[in-house]
Design a protein around this ligand. Structure first.
Ligand code: PBE
Length: 268
């Protein structure tokens, strides 16, 4: 075993999320950069990660998770990112909206809205928090849309409604993307006359689905770093409508009550 005290406290485990995510790739890189050879990155899902965090908090136990912002967990729990002096997790990113080729002609109204869709981290967190408190994601999105008529009007003003076409929105079950995709779906349905079908898939199939035309759009492309492998793999087979949110962050996250650890360097 390790003689690092933090390693002993958490059994040398970092609680990760779904294996294909950019966050897991970044964490694997960080573990190399900081020489965390004795540590294990546990694969799971966003849901399993927040469940483990919640469990640790209820007993004030030490835990290290892979985390990202925007996320409701920073509102619910007192957490801190570990410093990353080697910048293994990269800098702040933007989340882009990506649509299939041909959407502009086939679903002009949806395309115009998707091109305009852009909001603040605090907006996304508000929707995420409603869902984390138990509200159905579609209902939470509808509520946010109802309560933000000015924002929604800017997204939809002057766009003629469609007549019931089905639009397929691909997403991965990350809490941030559950929130954004449901809001986009709500606007498409309530304001623009579409029927929105949400397709929950893994990250690889999400990109493949857009590139192959099986899905119409997604709002889950973290760039320039987190999603870059998929972006490069499918380049030329999708249209990038640019950022819908700026100011994200990735890293290793611990409860504030873990006072002895401040930096990833402390894990060595
Ligand atoms: N995430 C949330 C994703 C992008 C959105 C940070 C968990 C990832 O690929 O890591």
């Amino acid at each position: 075993g390790s003689d690092n005290e933090i390693a002993q406290q958490v059994g040398s485990e970092i609680i990760g999320i779904d294996p294909g995510s950019g966050l897991m790739k970044a964490t694997a890189k960080a573990m190399q950069d900081y020489g965390l050879d004795d540590w294990r990155l546990v694969e799971g899902s966003g849901t399993a990660m927040t469940a483990a965090l919640s469990q640790a908090f209820s007993q004030q136990q030490p835990i290290i998770v892979t985390g990202w912002t925007p996320h409701w967990m920073f509102i619910k729990f007192k957490l801190k990112y570990l410093d990353d002096p080697k910048q293994s997790f990269g800098g702040s990113e933007e989340i882009h909206t990506i649509v299939r080729l041909g959407l502009k002609n086939d679903m002009a109204s949806a395309y115009q809205f998707l091109d305009r869709f852009s909001w603040q981290p605090s907006d996304m967190e508000a929707v995420m928090s409603l869902i984390a408190d138990g509200m159905d994601p579609a209902a939470a999105a509808d509520k946010w849309v109802d309560e933000h008529p000015d924002v929604v009007a800017k997204w939809t003003e002057g766009i003629p409604p469609a007549s019931g076409q089905t639009i397929r929105l691909a997403l991965v079950a990350w809490d941030s993307e559950i929130a954004s995709t449901n809001v986009v779906g709500s606007v498409l349905e309530k304001k623009l006359g579409y029927k929105a079908e949400l397709l929950q898939v893994e990250i690889g199939p999400m990109w493949a689905g857009i590139a192959g035309g099986d899905a119409d759009a997604m709002v889950a492309a973290w760039l320039p770093t987190t999603s870059i492998d998929y972006y490069n793999q499918y380049k030329g087979s999708f249209e990038d409508l640019g950022p819908n949110l700026s100011g994200t962050k990735l890293g290793l996250v611990v409860p504030e009550y873990m006072e002895d650890v401040q930096s990833i360097e402390d894990l060595r």
